[in-house]
Design a binder for this molecule. Structure first.
Ligand code: UD1
Ligand code: CA
Length: 505
């Protein structure tokens, strides 16, 4: 296949029916904007230039296009006077960028057909080039062709014209072969023909489709490339159609991954962006969304009920009921249920982030565990360290964020607060309920020396007659008023518990 001269993408319309402040072609679907999908397909034909015709919202649409296709030429259509006018703007910008810009095949497509695949465009161009036509229209058959331009053929099956719904006769409306709005043209013929179309029709617009009849009148060859997957050419005009196309595109993505060896237990509740990659023998349980640049390695299990955006899931890791963004989950690690992984979370091999734990900008080493009810922000936790239940890494003093470092093989007690910046050394231990404000050296024990007062008989004196007082009496508790003043110093606090373990598990 010769390299096409250009692909022109029409994206100047506002898409009124979306009823949105966001331009239609910028609405997201399965991991890209609509026009992002179209541009991805466009790039597959490897044209010398990509031209986007922008108008409504061009300050949003233009940069978005150039982010997707660096070097794309932007053509501005100030007023939307029809598809023929739009393509003329595109051709003018193309020729301004390169005087030979129309030498060769020029593909024209619309910006709102997110299901279009690059291979379909490649086939269209190959067919067009092989036949040496002036125009090749990508067409398909629809059960309900309402609203589309119909492909009018003669008895021999030769394409004569495309007639718009509003301009069609009853006989033409009965035709089920529709114009997809995607074409391959001989570039020089297109540039010339666009100067000859008029807006003398029901809509008062310059119709690109009139180029077909002009080619016939010139005796140039016109043909159709019929696709059997007409869904690929469907556009979304409102949000209901967007959702329908989204479901279709998602199903296509899931089918692809299932054929590649991924188990998807419930395709109807699983959403995977086209930008995600999964290795074989991964399992995706019901209620999972894998978004953005997420990657899932071999034997990992994600779900149920989890959303991961731009996350890296290592081989054999398990991620249960988790919300994660820009997080790295190491090989064989366990996350969840009910974990919230915010950007900058890096969990080492075999590590654990457990139930009701929120992490942010935190490196948690190999085999290290934060099992229960904790917040870990701006932290470094060394390998094999265990963080006790209910620990808060207090990283924010109201003005600035500070870091906490916990060394290797440390064991910190339940209900601790680490007031950053602070460092807890390798192998160190903290007692239950400790507020760590000063550094704890390697191998040291840190406890807050707060005495526990015990006032015997208090319940029977102050709460007489209550079930608690009765229970205390039945247990042989000291009689009310027997306060000997002997407040008792707690000797079982935290890390000095008999079993030497400061944490409940
Ligand atoms: C067009 C075709 C129709 C085809 C259908 C397929 C024409 C005259 N008709 O009709 O045969 O079946 O597409 O979907 O071409 N646009 C601009 N500037 C304009 C007008 C349109 O950029 O001045 C863009 C729109 O943003 C849109 C695309 O071109 O992305 C198609 O325009 P639209 O008005 O929707 O054409 P249809 O009436 O759908
Ligand atoms: Ca349309």
């Amino acid at each position: 296949m010769a390299r096409p001269a250009a692909v022109i993408v029409l994206a100047a319309g506002s898409g009124t029916r979306m009823k949105s402040k966001t331009m239609k072609v910028l609405h997201p679907i399965c991991g890209r904007s609509m026009v992002g999908h179209v541009l991805t397909a466009a790039v597959a034909v490897d044209a010398r230039r990509v031209v986007a015709v922008v108008g409504h919202g061009r300050e949003q649409v233009g940069p978005h296009v150039q982010e997707h296709v660096p070097g794309a030429v932007l053509a501005v259509q100030e007023t939307q006077e029809g598809t023929g006018h739009a393509v003329r703007m595109g051709v003018e910008a193309l020729l301004a960028a390169d005087a030979e810009g129309t030498d060769g095949t020029v593909v024209v497509m619309t910006g709102d057909t997110p299901l279009l695949e690059g291979a379909t465009l490649v086939d269209l161009v190959a067919d067009h080039d092989a036949a040496g036509r002036a125009v090749t229209i990508l067409t398909g058959e629809l059960d309900d062709p309402f609203g589309y331009g119909r492909v009018v053929r003669d008895e021999a099956g030769e394409v004569l014209a495309v007639v718009e719904e509003k301009d069609a006769t009853d006989e033409q409306r009965a035709v089920r072969e529709i114009n997809s709005g995607i074409y391959a043209f001989d570039g020089r013929f297109l540039a010339d023909a666009l100067g000859r179309i008029t807006n003398d029709n029901a809509k008062g617009e310059y119709y690109l489709t009139d180029v077909v009849a002009i080619a016939r009148a010139d005796g140039a060859s016109v043909g159709a490339h019929v696709t059997d997957d007409v869904m690929q050419t469907e556009g979304a005009n409102d949000r209901a159609q967007l959702a329908a196309l989204g479901a279709h595109l998602n199903r296509r993505t899931l089918d692809h991954w299932m054929r590649e060896g991924v188990t998807v237990v419930d395709p109807s509740t699983t959403w995977i962006d086209v930008t995600v990659t999964l290795e074989r023998d991964t399992t995706v349980l019901p209620g999972v969304q894998l978004l953005g640049a997420t990657t899932v390695a071999e034997d990992a299990v994600v779900g149920p009920d989890s959303t991961l955006k731009d996350c890296e899931v290592g081989p054999g890791a398990k991620v249960v009921r988790t919300h994660g963004e820009l997080a790295v989950i190491g090989a064989g690690a366990n996350v969840g249920p009910f974990s919230y992984l915010r950007p900058g979370t890096v969990l080492g091999e075999g590590g654990k982030i457990g139930a009701f734990v929120e992490t942010k900008n935190a490196r948690i080493g190999d085999g290290a565990k934060v099992p229960h009810l904790s917040y870990v922000g701006d932290a470094e936790i060394g390998e094999q360290t265990n963080i006790g239940a209910g620990t808060i890494f207090a990283n924010y003093d109201g003005v600035a964020k500070h870091r906490t470092t916990v060394g290797r093989h440390a064991r910190t007690g339940s209900n601790n607060t680490f007031v950053a910046p602070v460092t807890i050394g390798d192998g160190a231990v903290t007692g239950g309920g400790t507020v760590v404000r000063r550094d704890v050296p390697a191998g040291a024990l840190a406890v807050n020396d707060v005495q526990q007062r015990v006032v015997e008989g208090w319940v029977q004196e102050r709460r007489p007659g209550t079930p608690a007082a009765e229970a205390a009496g039945a247990a042989g508790a000291a009689v009310a008023g027997a306060d000997t003043g002997r407040d008792q110093t707690d000797t079982s606090q935290g890390a000095t518990r008999d079993d030497g373990s400061p944490t409940p598990g």
